[in-house]
Design a protein around this ligand. Sequence first.
Ligand code: NCD
Length: 314
Amino acid sequence: MKHFISTRGIDSATAIRLLDTTADMADVRQRDVKKLPTLRGKTVANVFFEDSTRTRLSFEAAALALSADVSTFTSKGSSVSKGESLKDTVQTLESMGADFIVLRHCDSGAAATLAQSGWINAHVINAGDGTHEHPTQALLDAYTLRSRLFGDSARGRNLAGVRIVIVGDILHSRVARSNVWLLATLGAHVTLVAPRTLMPRDIAAWPVAIVHTLDEALDEGVDAVMTLRIQKERMNDAFFPDAAEYTRFWGMTTARFDAVRANTLVMHPGPMNRGLEIAGSIADSANSTVRDQVSHGVAARMAVLYTLLGEDAS
Ligand code: NCD
């Protein structure tokens, strides 16, 4: 694998190998010395044309944990405001020595375009492209699920038989898209829940079940509920009447939480709108994986960097 652009098309053996490598990296993170020398002498350039807290810091932490040098570019305050293109920006970074370009961009397809462009030789990792994909988020989510559900016997496993509900702003969510492909490949059963206005038009082609209220989706057999952020910045129309109405039908409220099986996991990729899509007390509960997701994000990104580096040796 030269680039990491999408979870669509990753086969099951590769997915399990990535999860197992994430487990190895998570073990490294537990040690006294939390670093490996794997990327010594290599440079990882984080190129962020869109805002980010977790993903950018997580890629920085992952690169540093593998002993890489890191340079971080954010479009705010850069020459992008002078009209410099993606091509010139990444070529500039490669000329300064970047071996990996971690790209977040507001255009769906930007990472794939860069990987196929021939503009650079560096590995390209998609850190979120518009409403399209966010594959490292899906990897860390699948890893979080696998380790929380199967503990010490997680290694080598897929997610066959696991039932996951993804609820919220599916239309604008690259997290949902990447998760759907990876979870389906791993054998999980995925149900998507959203108001009709926040369901993508091509949804019939996705390997998922679809319902329109959260109550319809929740029953005793659900292993995890993944709540998604309402992405107001991508909305220029009214997609639902108001916040209270949204919470009433699609929010993970304490009443809904109390009605599901006691060990049901509740996930959120962050940033959260507490009180809108997820009650604050649930986000802070023992069933919440929110903090685990963040910490596993570093291990998952280490695993991706490590796996792509392996390509250089072959
Ligand atoms: C997500 C993103 O940016 O796609 N956040 C993240 O990477 N953890 C989800 C979101 O912004 O809602």
